[in-house]
Design a protein around this ligand. Structure first.
Ligand code: SAH
Length: 206
């Protein structure tokens, strides 16, 4: 499979939008081009095929699905919102490798670490620090983390500092132009874009 094929498959699978978007959870679907690129980046670094992968704040499941398509052995899709979970579960039914868990990422416990977290968490604009909680939880739960965060110098400094303290080597690998559609009433433009950094963090000791 090529990256373009993955993107096409995700595109063709159809509607990844949230059935009833909830502002408090900052529910923005990752576009298939970005989901495919992030998953592909992880795949080419050996972090997807045959690996256990978790998608924290999985939403309707586009990243979980991308990981499964690229040969992850198990994908844990963790989501708090029952409405999103319904869409996610319907999708996951077609793929036995995807396991859906309803949980708050803040208090999620796993019996052992997964190899890789692939996540697009809330940006922490509505619920302050939500982004940071997801980042910290991902570092606790995985050996390698691919995660998207709103691009700004303060956030970068903060997240890279946290990663270093926790024994991770962490880089901002790329920055995406992320479209936020008009799903919540106070957005006046039909669509606007935010810059989103993709972090790759790897645990230094085994
Ligand atoms: N990962 C999906 C959705 C991104 S939006 C995608 O890439 O398309 C962020 C997601 O995190 C939403 O689905 C939201 O419901 C979920 N979320 C927010 N707070 C959460 C929490 N505390 N625990 C679990 N999921 C949460």
């Amino acid at each position: 499979m090529r990256k373009k094929d993955l993107e096409l498959v995700l595109e063709r699978l159809g509607n990844w939008r949230f059935p009833s978007p909830k502002k408090v959870y900052e529910q923005y679907t990752t576009p298939s081009s970005i989901a495919a690129d992030l998953a592909w980046t992880a795949y080419t670094r050996g972090d997807i095929e045959g690996r256990t992968v978790a998608d924290l704040g999985a939403g309707t499941g586009i990243l979980a699905y991308a990981a499964a398509m690229l040969g992850a052995s198990t994908v844990l899709a963790v989501e708090i919102d029952p409405d999103a979970l319904e869409t996610l579960s319907t999708r996951a039914r077609g793929d036995p490798r995807i396991h859906v868990v309803q949980a708050d990422v803040g208090s999620l416990a796993l019996s052992s670490r997964v190899d890789t977290v692939l996540q697009n968490p809330p940006f922490g604009v509505v619920r302050r620090h939500a982004d940071r909680i997801f980042f910290e939880r991902a570092l606790e739960l995985a050996h390698t983390v691919y995660t998207l965060h709103k691009a700004n110098p303060d956030t970068r400094r903060l997240l890279l500092g946290i990663a270093e303290k926790r024994g991770f080597r962490c880089v901002v690998a790329k920055t995406y132009n992320f479209p936020i559609p008009q799903v919540y009433r106070e957005h006046f433009r039909r669509i606007y874009y935010v810059s989103v950094d993709a972090y790759i963090c790897r645990r230094l000791e085994g």
